[in-house]
Design a binder for this molecule. Structure first.
Ligand SMILES: NC(=O)c1ccc[n+]([C@@H]2O[C@H](COP(=O)([O-])OP(=O)(O)OC[C@H]3O[C@@H](n4cnc5c(N)ncnc54)[C@H](O)[C@@H]3O)[C@@H](O)[C@H]2O)c1
Length: 330
């Protein structure tokens, strides 16, 4: 498939919630024309304001240079699926329910061409399962974004059983124009790459706490100040190389047998579900929060994302020839 400039291709986004809105900003930032479809009527009224606020945040973070109107001119917000007709890609970003996603795919497929790439942002449903609900399933794949999409480098492309790899490769190349560091999962395994890795870490972390070996806070601190000091630069395998591989075989032989391999969800999670504890959203979770603390965490995370995003520009996955002096672009 030939390389295409973002300005040459319209992208549709269906679902203008938390993720849909920030994905739209990311696409506008890359230069695409965006057709934003609100599947629920009132969303067409509230989404433009949310998108506008996110464009402003991007400008505050120095992620966008042009006047706000430059981006808004390329955005159409509508409830009308037929406006997707000319799109080369349509991203589905609606609630995590198969039956709802299925209805949305039917409406998209009715109006777009047979070779329009249709992608889902699902976090947890198998791509091969969703693919069954769309005509021409070979053009269907997963494009999994991280929130906020305009200030994160992560983008996970996942093929289902029937996806043609040519479509995935095409999106992979285009994603670099979205300022992403895309990854390609050729066959959808449960949890894709990143969630699968994190679920393994969560199981071990919860086990350490449940067996009373360390507090929640100390497990978090270890992760932040050890793993956090190298992971954004190196990932896992380069870190192993960096430390020297000499002792790993013996370490793994001794450690793998003692790691948690329970297939039961830890009891603490059941208690949280039973009491409807939803973390910072209702101030009760693994930690407790006041409303001010919850707001401060949200605000701090936003700022932190901006910093990490710039840091990743200075230290991309392929390092520049010379180590650069870090200068914050502010
Ligand atoms: N929030 C995240 O950090 C995150 C990260 C990666 C992937 N995702 C995935 O992105 C998708 C959307 O998540 P979100 O966080 O934006 O959710 P959200 O709750 O903010 O938005 C949900 C969207 O679903 C739409 N919707 C609700 N009921 C509908 C219906 N009956 N028919 C059609 N559309 C309906 C809403 O209009 C809204 O646009 C989910 O599949 C989620 O798993 C979310």
């Amino acid at each position: 498939m030939k390389t295409i400039e973002p300005t040459e291709i319209s992208v549709g986004v269906v679902g203008l919630g938390l993720m849909g809105s920030s994905i739209i900003v990311s696409l506008l930032k890359a230069g695409h024309e965006v057709i934003a479809v609100a599947p629920v009527a009132e969303e067409a009224i509230v989404a433009p304001q949310r998108i506008l606020e996110q464009i402003s945040i991007c400008r505050d973070l120095n992620l966008l240079d042009d006047p706000i109107t430059t981006y808004l001119e390329k955005l159409t917000v509508t409830e009308d699926y037929s406006r997707l007709a000319g799109c080369g890609i349509v991203l589905e970003c609606v609630v995590e329910k198969i039956e709802i996603k299925e209805q949305v795919y039917r409406k998209i497929a009715e109006v777009v061409g047979n070779d329009t790439v249709v992608a889902t942002n699902t976090s947890a449903i198998a791509i091969s399962t969703l693919q069954k609900h769309i005509s021409h399933p070979e053009r269907f794949l997963g494009i999994h974004w991280a929130e906020p999409a305009y200030a994160t480098r992560f983008l996970e492309i996942t093929c289902g059983q029937k996806t043609y790899s040519s479509y995935a490769d095409w999106i992979y190349n285009l994603a670099e124009r979205w300022d992403k560091e895309p990854t390609l999962l050729k066959k959808d395994i449960h949890g894709f790459i990143t969630n699968r890795l994190m679920y393994a870490v969560c199981r071990e972390a919860l086990n350490i706490v449940e067996t009373g070996q360390a507090s929640l806070d100390d497990v978090d601190k270890s992760f932040r100040y050890d793993v956090g000091s190298w992971i954004s630069l190196m990932g896992i395998f380069r870190r192993m190389d960096f430390l020297g591989l000499k002792d790993y075989f013996e370490i793994f032989s001794n450690t793998f047998p003692v790691l948690c391999n329970s297939d039961k969800v830890p009891e603490v999670m059941q208690k949280l579900v039973d009491t409807d504890a939803r973390g910072i959203y209702n101030y009760r979770g693994l930690y407790n929060y006041t409303a001010e603390e919850a707001a401060r965490w949200e605000e701090t995370f936003k700022m932190f994302n901006g910093e990490i995003y710039f840091l990743a520009t200075l230290f991309p996955s392929r390092l520049p020839k010379e180590v650069q002096t870090v200068k914050w672009p502010k």
